[in-house]
Write a protein that binds this ligand. Structure first.
Ligand SMILES: NC(=O)c1ccc[n+]([C@@H]2O[C@H](COP(=O)([O-])OP(=O)(O)OC[C@H]3O[C@@H](n4cnc5c(N)ncnc54)[C@H](O)[C@@H]3O)[C@@H](O)[C@H]2O)c1
Length: 307
């Protein structure tokens, strides 16, 4: 019996890179489906699934009788029920290294842009014309500490860049012991937030991290604070973030990710807020990262199917 690989969804192109790697050995079909029912339909014969955003819930995973392996196009695996996959004996892999520099560049660009008040200046010009009135004076980088929550692969790249630009760097990560020279460690996210002006998030989204950036953390970040989220929307309690911005208890937020994407409800209020700079989950993008992601995802699937 031949082996079927089903690409449920990607926004990365026409699948030609994946087909070139997989077609010689496997039957491959390429779809653009995003609901559980659609995945159940297109994946009915799948031995392997390649998925970007489609929800691989327990219902989906247990409804695909031949499924042995899943490869996620990307780093985060929060659209896949990993516990259910483990119980069902389905192997799940991600592509964990294709955009580390891109996301770190994005987060540091956000920090540098806010340090120089780029968005505030631009919005002030549109609203009030050619005046500096009402634009907070930019701080020198050495006066403007950066906090990194989650000191993994991307967090470390952010630290390298921020230190090179002259920002003091502080970190909170309960699973990291020794820190590089020049980096100050903190025991809790509140302690980290109280020590910095910019707080940039680089943890995974899971049961422990959901809503970890709550009112207490935002209060500690304070009225001069800037929250940067290029990790996952679910890390942030969005109601508290919106209240903090509305009440001027937080200066600014740069958000590449939201709880609801595309944004609805509170996520949409944040995306349209005058003191938010939003990008539509673009931090991973570059001319290099996309072909690399497609190629790596296909190679991982090929190797899994080869045993
Ligand atoms: N916006 C984008 O386009 C984009 C692209 C790639 C990755 N991401 C996101 O970036 C984030 C970081 O990716 P990475 O490759 O650096 O991950 P990583 O696994 O290398 O690092 C994550 C770090 O978080 C820490 N951590 C784990 N659980 C924690 C907890 N409960 N509390 C605090 N810290 C905890 C770990 O110790 C680790 O050091 C992920 O959420 C990923 O989904 C976003």
């Amino acid at each position: 019996m031949s082996t079927h690989i089903v690409i449920t969804d990607t926004n990365l192109g026409d699948g030609s890179i994946e087909l070139e790697i997989l077609r010689p050995a496997f039957e491959v079909s390429h779809h653009h489906v995003l609901t559980e029912d659609e995945v159940l339909e297109v994946g009915a014969e799948a031995d392997g699934l390649m998925v970007q955003w489609a929800p691989l819930t327990e219902r989906v995973l247990s409804g695909l009788p031949r499924l042995k392996a899943v490869v996620r196009y990307g780093i985060g695996m929060d659209n896949i029920d990993l516990d259910a996959a483990r119980r069902l004996g389905i192997t799940v892999r991600n592509v964990d290294d294709y955009c580390l520099a891109e996301v770190a560049d994005h987060a540091v660009a956000a920090i540098y842009a806010h340090n120089r008040r780029l968005t505030a200046g631009s919005r002030s010009y549109v609203a009030k014309g050619w005046t500096t009135a009402g634009i907070a004076l930019p701080l020198l980088p050495e006066e403007d500490p950066v906090g990194i929550a989650g000191f993994g692969r991307i967090g470390r790249e952010v630290a390298r860049r921020a230190l090179a630009l002259g920002f003091p760097v502080h970190v909170w990560d309960p699973f990291v012991g020794e820190l590089p020279e020049g980096v100050v460690g903190h025991a809790t996210p509140v302690e980290l937030a109280a020590a910095v002006n910019h707080l940039t998030l680089h943890m995974p989204s899971n049961e422990q991290t959901r809503g970890v950036i709550d009112k207490a953390v935002l209060d500690a970040l304070g009225p001069d604070g800037h929250l940067v989220n290029t990790a996952r929307g679910a890390l942030v309690d969005e109601e508290s973030l919106l209240a903090a911005l509305d009440q001027e208890k937080l200066a600014f937020a740069t958000l590449d990710v939201l709880v609801e994407e595309p944004p609805t409800g509170v996520s949409a209020e944040l995306a349209n807020h005058p003191r938010v700079l939003v990008t539509p989950h673009t931090a991973y993008l570059s001319t290099r990262s996309l072909p690399s992601l497609q190629r790596r995802a296909a190679e991982i699937m090929r190797d899994l199917m080869a045993g």
